[in-house]
Ligand binder design. Structure first.
Ligand code: F6R
Length: 366
């Protein structure tokens, strides 16, 4: 049942190339330059006339929502708010019939997310679901939606659900950008071609598992870890920290890299591993200077860089290279080594990887 892997989590990490293909198959016709998604096509006017998009979700799905914010705003120029479902539902939020609410949930059963969409519906908003489990409560409660086709996710720590959620959000953002004309035709085509290359790049990344394992063995006894990223990779930093906390019980925090000097930098000493996403697109120089600030305080740097990087390689204690792609698509790649890292640390610490303590796969109570 685990397909030869020691744990469901590792199996599911390795299923990502296929899960991403399954999610865009039949929807993205790269050569024809078309994205077909019935749930969006049938409601295109609602999306195009929306005053804003409100994304509601919890946990890892909320992190995918944050990536969605960067995608929708950058590509389709639609204002986006990303909300923890649990906060949103009790805040007496302002929701109007001109809002589009996107709820993201692997299980489709998360109590707070379900309650948030019921509230949004009662205020007249159009509610769109991004779920993995077919026929789940959230899938049924939403007006329309698009499934992620990740297949069953058994490990409690979400992995392939996250990357397929980002895949769906990318497709919707691109589709809306094309319809609105906020992305040129050539950029649209270029993104489709680049998206098609992602599964092979993920496959290639999965092959560096031994290198990630080595890094895991160096830092497995850390008591605290920091994860930093900017732009599209800020949510990936949050997700990297969450994965480590959940399955290894090591305290970890994710931060936007530039926020470091507003507090967390006080934590840096020789015992603090800092995982920094420093790909060559978007804010590279700024992230490099953040890395220098950490190094000058003796922090340990494990950097995720783009293949061929020279600058960060010289400063960092360890580097993990990812294949080059467009900045907006990098979360689909930078996520992978962070998942593997958490997995290996948890295994080395002899933790119950697939069923971490105190956690449930679907949180059906608030
Ligand atoms: C993280 C994790 C949780 C879930 C969260 C939302 O690995 O599993 O944070 O992401 O409980 O669950 P869904 O997506 O089912 O609504």
């Amino acid at each position: 049942e685990k397909g030869g892997y020691d744990h469901f989590m590792l199996k599911e990490i390795h299923e990502q190339p296929k899960a991403i293909i399954d999610t865009y198959r039949g929807r993205m016709l790269a050569d024809e330059g078309i994205i077909k998604m019935a749930g969006v096509d049938d409601n295109l006017e609602k999306f195009l006339n929306a005053d804003r998009i409100i994304i509601v979700a919890c946990g890892t799905s909320w992190h995918a929502g944050l990536v969605g914010e960067y995608l929708f705003e950058d590509m389709a120029r639609i204002p986006v708010e990303v909300e923890y479902a649990s906060e949103f539902r009790y805040r007496n939020p302002i929701i109007t019939p001109k809002d589009v609410v996107i709820s993201i949930s692997q299980s489709g059963e998360t109590a707070d997310t379900l309650a948030a969409i019921k509230l949004a519906k009662s205020k007249g908003a159009f509610v769109f679901g991004v779920c993995n489990v077919v026929g789940s409560s959230i899938a049924r409660e939403t007006h329309a939606g698009a499934y992620t086709h990740a297949g069953p996710e058994i490990g409690v720590a979400s992995t392939k659900a996250f990357t397929t959620q980002i895949t769906v959000l990318s497709l919707i953002a691109l589709k809306l950008a094309k319809a609105k004309g906020t992305l040129s035709n050539s950029a649209f085509h270029m993104y489709l071609q680049k998206m098609q290359l992602i599964p092979d790049k993920v496959k290639k990344l999965l092959q560096i598992d031994d290198h990630v394992k080595e890094i895991a063995s160096v830092y497995k006894d850390a008591k605290n870890c920091l994860y930093l990223g900017r732009g599209f990779n800020f949510p990936v930093a949050l997700e990297g920290a969450l994965k480590l906390k959940e399955i290894s019980y090591i305290h970890a925090e994710g931060y936007p890299a530039a926020e470091m000097k507003h507090g967390p930098i006080a934590l840096i000493d020789e015992n603090m591993p800092v995982f920094v996403i420093a790909t060559n697109k978007g804010h590279y120089e700024k992230v490099v200077s953040n890395i220098q600030e950490i190094k000058s305080r003796n922090g340990k740097i494990i950097a995720i860089v783009t293949e061929g990087d020279v600058t960060v390689k010289e400063i960092a204690d360890h580097v993990i290279e990812i294949p080059d792609t467009e900045e907006a698509l990098t979360p689909l790649l930078t996520t992978i080594p962070l998942q593997l890292l958490s997995y290996h640390i948890a295994v080395m610490l002899d933790k119950n990887v697939d069923q971490p303590r105190n956690l449930a796969k679907s949180v059906t109570v608030e």
